[in-house]
Design a protein around this ligand. Structure first.
Ligand SMILES: Cc1ncc(COP(=O)(O)O)c(C=O)c1O
Length: 378
């Protein structure tokens, strides 16, 4: 019998994958974590052009200088944060960025504070890094600085903050981000700020904790903003002492992000941004249709201010998700995102309006307790 490391064999496969495997062929998929809209054409043109010009070799490990320059300008323009190109590493998606940061920061026995419910990779990657995963229960579906503060010990190494959030769609306020930054300074830990949904905010503002402290690694990607999930292009930004260590992990696991993907990302970041607003408006409309449909079924769900997910409380999330799958609607049980998500399901509104309407019809008749919770409603 072959033996594998505990830190890998103890990890369960994502509940999201399990749901897809159980899907009927005519299912409507409200389980996806990616935009269904096409990638803007000018991004593809830039990639084709890069291939034609023969840009198919390794790039510098940290990423092409012109892309890091563009990202440095983007940080100032969009996030009010000064980051030099040397403080940026271009990665294979936000996923690789999360992995290298946790590998570089977390020693066995260190505590990693993650939102519960939170994005599935946080617990898994922290576990692979040897860390102790401490789920921080959300208040009204968002991280609360007081609750975070109660979980801090001398072992706390990292706090992961994700705004707008997957799976809840919640947006953290400026005051909260400032409070997380103060905790990071007072207790000398690092915040990993996962900002992949930064442009998918329908109400309110996006605030980066890097505005308030240097104890932050900002993780982002072109994946969601430009409907480019398949290109695997992300990036991180942090002060030089962090970057020096992250480079070592990045160099040996990835060498560099894909060259063609980097040209595509350069076109995305420096090109016209109206495509992003158009996508956001489409999602806002679909969010409201799905919310109305749920409300008519007696499921009250707080109106999330960001991302493209609803996270209604339905009773036993596993049962409801399985029953919905039987009726041809794929959702993700909230338990996939942490123990505190178990009474919820996650619905993505990255499906056409027709599919959303059809999904609502199919949902009628599935018993959902529809307990109303305050949530962070806009
Ligand atoms: C919060 C969050 N962070 C990171 C990722 C991974 O992004 P990427 O596809 O760029 O690796 C996802 C993907 O669903 C996500 O929801």
């Amino acid at each position: 019998m072959r033996s594998f490391t505990d830190r890998v064999s103890e990890i369960d496969i994502s509940g999201i994958r399990k749901m897809f495997e159980a899907a009927r062929t005519d299912s409507i998929n409200l389980g996806l974590g990616e935009p269904d809209v096409p990638m803007p054409a000018h991004i593809g043109d830039a990639a084709v052009d890069a291939i034609r010009r023969g840009h198919t070799r390794y790039t510098p490990g940290a990423g092409m200088p012109e892309l890091r320059e563009a990202l440095s300008e983007k940080f100032l323009r969009d996030n009010n944060v000064r980051v030099s190109p040397d403080e940026i590493i271009v990665t294979a998606g936000a996923s690789e960025a999360l992995h290298i940061v946790l590998q570089a920061l977390v020693e066995p026995g260190d505590d990693v504070l993650i939102p519960d419910p939170g994005f599935v990779s946080y617990a898994a990657l922290s576990h692979i890094a040897g860390g102790r995963v401490i789920g921080v229960p959300l208040v009204d579906l968002a991280l609360d600085p007081d609750v975070v503060s109660e979980r801090i010990t001398r072992n706390t190494k990292v706090l992961i903050v994700n705004s707008p959030s997957n799976p809840c769609g919640s947006v953290q306020s400026r005051r909260e981000m400032q409070a997380f930054a103060e905790l990071a300074e007072d207790y000398d830990f690092t915040i990993i700020s996962d900002e992949v949904y930064e442009f998918l905010i329908y109400e309110g503002e996006h605030v980066s904790p890097a505005e308030f402290t240097d104890n932050v690694v900002t993780v982002n990607a072109t994946s969601k903003t430009y409907a480019m999930t398949g290109w695997r292009l992300g990036y991180l930004a942090a002060r030089p002492e962090y970057i020096e260590q992250f480079h070592k992990v990045h160099q040996y696991v990835q060498a560099c992000a894909g060259s063609v993907a980097q040209y595509a990302a350069l076109a995305a970041i420096t090109g016209p941004q109206d495509c992003v607003c158009e996508m956001r408006e489409q999602f806002r409309e679909r969010r409201d249709i799905l919310l109305r449909g749920l409300s008519e079924l007696g499921i009250e769900c707080p109106t999330p201010a960001g991302a493209f997910y609803l996270f209604p409380r339905v009773g036993d999330g596993d049962r409801v998700s399985a029953e919905l799958a039987g009726r041809g609607v794929i959702t993700v049980p909230g338990s996939s995102f942490g123990a505190h998500g178990s009474e919820h399901i996650r619905l993505s509104y990255t499906a056409s309006k027709t599919d959303i309407a059809c999904a609502i019809e199919r949902m009628a008749g599935v018993s959902m307790s529809g307990v109303s919770i305050p949530g962070r409603s806009v």
